[in-house]
Write a protein that binds this ligand. Structure first.
Ligand SMILES: Nc1ncnc2c1ncn2[C@@H]1O[C@H](COP(=O)(O)OP(=O)(O)OP(=O)(O)O)[C@@H](O)[C@H]1O
Ligand SMILES: [Mg+2]
Length: 270
């Protein structure tokens, strides 16, 4: 990947909440088509990182480049407009709407465009929703039912189907299978492998190292609000990653683990 412009390049990203240093000077890069995993203990700053790069919150410091161009997302909609789809750890779905309305929330299909009086194309949205959900394998008995009656796992599948269906540039999943059963987890992992085959770059946050080693090309380790290591999966193993997460293994003793954090020249700069 050394001669490619990264699809995502982060430098010095920092977020402090009062005295809490949630994220400090994070450097990160994602190559075209690459699937990266982010690991780290509870409170290590992983979700904060996702909120900063998708415009949910603004950083105190640092820069974010997409395809070599610096961006400033004022809101999650800004990021979405650029083809970045995110499934947040705390779900952003509307309980009182049905599945198609949730999937097309903010990008409704219209038959007649009259601004706020537009007539929506419910049939098209319903049909596309059925297709998107089919990819996750989740069974929704009645598409006109609101999300209120659904389990956490079913809701999660709706969110993942939505993100996978719309992702053009990149997809970010914050612990997508933490609440899912074995079958649903397997299906979501199939979706992720499908995105890999389509060349859609992806970031997945997971505590499940079996999953991480199954899905990721590269693993980024967060520890106490800092990114401490970046290793290629093929050069690592679960024991080493656990050691990096807990601090038992020093990144200085892992060949290549700190290269991407410091030597920006790993990627061609633009
Ligand atoms: N809005 C906030 N206000 C104050 N502190 C916050 C806020 N959001 C996060 N933090 C703190 O920032 C740190 C990092 O939190 P974050 O949610 O990013 O961790 P995480 O790595 O995603 O953890 P987990 O694996 O439990 O999801 C924690 O100490 C957390 O308490
Ligand atoms: Mg989190």
């Amino acid at each position: 990947m050394s001669n490619q412009t990264p699809v995502l390049r982060i430098r010095g990203l920092t977020k402090h909440y009062g005295g809490v240093k949630a994220l400090t000077e994070a450097n990160f890069a994602l190559a075209p088509g690459e699937h990266a995993a982010i690991v780290g203990d509870n409170g290590a700053g992983k979700s904060t990182f996702v909120r900063l790069i998708t415009g949910v919150e603004q950083p105190n410091d640092g820069t974010i480049c997409i395809d070599g161009k610096e961006v400033n997302f004022d809101s999650p909609l800004d990021a979405r407009d650029q083809g970045i789809e995110t499934v947040y750890q705390t779900l952003a779905l509307a309980e009182d709407l049905d599945v198609p309305a949730n999937i097309f929330l903010g990008r409704e299909k219209v038959l007649v465009n009259l601004g706020p009086l537009s007539i929506l194309n419910h049939k098209a949205m319903r049909e596309e929703s059925v297709n998107m959900l089919a990819t996750t394998g989740v069974k929704i008995q009645d598409m006109s039912e609101t999300l209120r009656g659904m389990s956490g796992g079913q809701r999660q599948c709706v969110a993942i189907a939505r993100a996978a269906g719309f992702a053009k540039k990149m997809i970010i999943l914050d612990e997508p299978t933490a609440a899912l059963g074995i079958q649903e987890t397997a299906r979501v992992e199939e979706i992720i492998k499908g995105l890999k085959a389509r060349g859609v770059p992806l970031i997945i946050i997971s505590h499940n190292l079996r999953q991480v080693f199954d899905l990721a090309d590269r693993i980024w380790v967060f520890r106490q609000g800092r990114i401490v290591a970046s290793v290629l999966k093929k050069d690592s193993n679960p024991e080493q990653i656990v050691g990096l997460i807990t601090g038992a293994v020093s990144p200085d003793n892992v060949p290549g683990a700190t290269d991407l954090l410091t030597a920006i020249s790993v990627f061609r700069e633009t």
